[in-house]
Ligand binder design. Structure first.
Ligand SMILES: *Cc1c(COP(=O)(O)O)cnc(C)c1O
Length: 397
C-alpha cells in the first residue's frame, strides 16, 4: 500500500537544501571543548561554543566527578524516571542549591532546556489561553507554545508597543483566558536582551504570567551570575517562571525551571516531559553542583569577558562590520545571504578560526550571519587575530 518511498519524498528536499546553501553538517570535534580545538581535522580557535566560562572541561569539575565515582553509593545512570527510582541525592541537592542561588522557593531539573520549555507551556496553558511570544524566541519556546492548547501570537522583536497592543486586544475581547508572555532573557542568535523591566510591568498591568528562558543569562549576567532578572535589579513574582539551561555557561547538560513551590509541584504532578522520561545521569548532577560553585565565584571571569566583548566590538566597528546591539558574549556579524555567510565561515576556517554560519530557518530569511561567541577562556591576542581574519574576509568579498 506504500505509494511513496521515503527517498521519493525527501531526496528532492535534501537536494533543494543543498542548492539554497542551507545544508547542515555536523563538525566532528576531536578534542575536549575548549578555546583551542581540533575540529574536522583542523586546528582551530573555537568562537562558536556556548561554554562562556570554560567550565565544560574544567579540571576541578573533572576531579570532583572522579572523586564522586569512588563512592559506592554513586553510580552513573539514574535508572528510571524521577517519579520512579531515578531521583537521586545529587539531583535533589542540586535543585536546592540552584534555588538558594537564585533566591526562589524551588527549582526542578529537566534533561534538556527543550523539554523544560515544552513542559512549562503544555502544563500551564489551557484552551482559551493566549501565549504572546517574541518573534526571535528560541525554537524550543516556540515549539512548546505550539504543543500547548493555547493560541500562539508572536510580537515584533522587543517591541513593547506591539506587545501591549496584543495584551489590550485580548483584554477587550473580555476573555476569561489567561495570557502568558514568553521571551528569551538573552536572545540566542542575536545576543541582545529582552527589556525585562518593561515586560514585567506590562505583565503586572494586564495580569499576564511571565516565562523567561534565560539560557544565555544564567551564569553570565548579574551578581554571582544570577541572570537577567538580577542584572536589571528585578525580582520574579509568583506568576513568573524562569527556565535555565545547564549546557551553556555551566558547561554540563540539562536544564531547570525555577519559581514558586506551587509551580514546581504542579510540574511534578502534570508535566509529561518531566514524568515520562528517564532522569538525567546522576553524574551530570554532580558535575553541575561543582559547576554552580564555580559559576558563583567567577565574577572576575565575567568581567574579563566584558573586556573581550568591548575589544571585539570596537575592532569590528573599525572594520565597518555590521554588528548587532548586543552587550553579551553572543556577537553576530550580519551578512545577509547564506552563500556569503558560508564563504566567510569557510575562509575563517582556512585561517584557523571556527565560526559557525547561522542560516535560515534558524534565523529569518535574509539575515544569515556569523554567530561569534566570546568566552572568558579566549585571550586578547586570539580576539585580535580573529578581527584580522574578518578583515581579510571583508577585503576578499
Ligand atoms: C540552548 C537553548 C535551549 C535548549 O536547551 P537544551 O538544554 O540545549 O535543550 C533553550 N532555550 C534557549 C534560549 C537556548 O539557547
Amino acid at each position: 500500500m506504500s505509494q511513496t518511498s521515503i527517498a521519493q519524498r525527501f531526496a528532492p528536499r535534501l537536494a533543494e537544501r543543498r542548492e539554497q546553501h542551507l545544508y547542515r553538517q555536523r563538525p566532528l570535534s576531536f578534542s575536549a571543548q575548549q578555546a583551542q580545538m581540533q575540529i574536522n581535522g583542523l586546528q582551530v580557535i573555537n568562537f562558536s561554543s556556548n561554554d562562556y566560562l570554560g567550565l565544560a572541561n574544567d579540571p576541578q569539575i573533572k576531579a570532583d566527578l572522579i572523586a564522586a565515582l569512588q563512592d559506592d553509593n554513586t553510580g552513573y545512570g539514574s535508572g528510571a524516571a524521577h517519579l520512579v527510582t531515578g531521583h537521586h541525592l545529587h539531583h535533589h541537592l542540586l535543585e536546592d542549591e540552584l534555588a538558594d542561588w537564585l533566591g526562589v522557593e524551588r527549582t526542578l531539573l529537566f534533561s534538556t532546556g527543550y523539554m523544560a520549555n515544552l513542559a512549562v507551556q503544555q502544563t500551564l496553558m489551557q484552551s482559551g489561553d493566549l501565549i504572546l511570544a517574541d518573534k526571535l524566541n528560541h525554537a524550543s519556546l516556540i515549539d512548546g507554545a505550539l504543543h500547548s492548547e493555547a493560541e500562539l501570537k508572536r510580537y515584533a522583536h522587543n517591541d513593547m508597543a506591539a506587545l501591549e497592543r496584543r495584551l489590550q486586544t485580548f483584554a477587550e475581547k473580555n476573555s476569561t483566558g489567561q495570557v502568558l508572555i514568553a521571551t528569551d532573557g538573552v536572545f540566542s542568535m542575536d545576543g541582545d536582551m529582552a527589556p525585562l523591566p518593561e515586560i514585567q510591568a506590562l505583565a503586572k498591568r494586564y495580569g499576564a504570567w511571565l516565562l523567561v528562558d534565560d539560557a544565555h543569562g544564567f551564569g553570565m549576567l548579574g551578581q554571582e551570575g544570577r541572570g537577567s532578572f538580577d542584572y536589571f535589579g528585578l525580582t520574579p513574582d509568583e506568576n513568573t517562571i524562569l527556565v535555565g539551561t545547564l549546557g551553556k555557561a555551566f558547561g554540563t547538560s540539562g536544564a531547570f525551571v525555577a519559581g514558586s513551590q506551587l509551580l514546581i509541584e504542579t510540574l511534578i504532578q502534570f508535566a509529561r516531559p518531566y514524568i515520562y522520561t528517564t532522569a538525567s545521569p546522576q553524574l551530570n548532577a554532580i558535575a553541575t553542583r561543582s559547576a554552580l560553585q564555580r559559576v558563583k565565584s567567577m565574577d572576575k571571569e565575567r568581567a574579563l569577558l566584558q573586556q573581550h566583548i568591548a575589544r571585539f566590538r570596537a575592532g569590528a566597528e573599525q572594520l565597518g562590520l555590521r554588528l548587532w546591539p548586543s552587550p553579551t558574549a553572543i556577537q553576530p556579524i550580519m551578512l545577509g545571504d547564506s552563500a556569503t555567510a558560508l564563504r566567510w565561515s569557510e575562509q575563517l576556517k582556512q585561517r584557523g578560526f571556527w565560526v559557525t554560519a547561522i542560516r535560515p530557518p534558524t534565523v529569518p530569511k535574509g539575515q544569515a550571519r556569523l554567530r561569534i561567541t566570546l568566552t572568558a577562556k579566549h585571550t586578547s591576542e586570539q580576539i585580535d587575530a580573529l578581527l584580522n581574519a574578518l578583515h581579510a574576509c571583508a577585503t576578499m568579498d
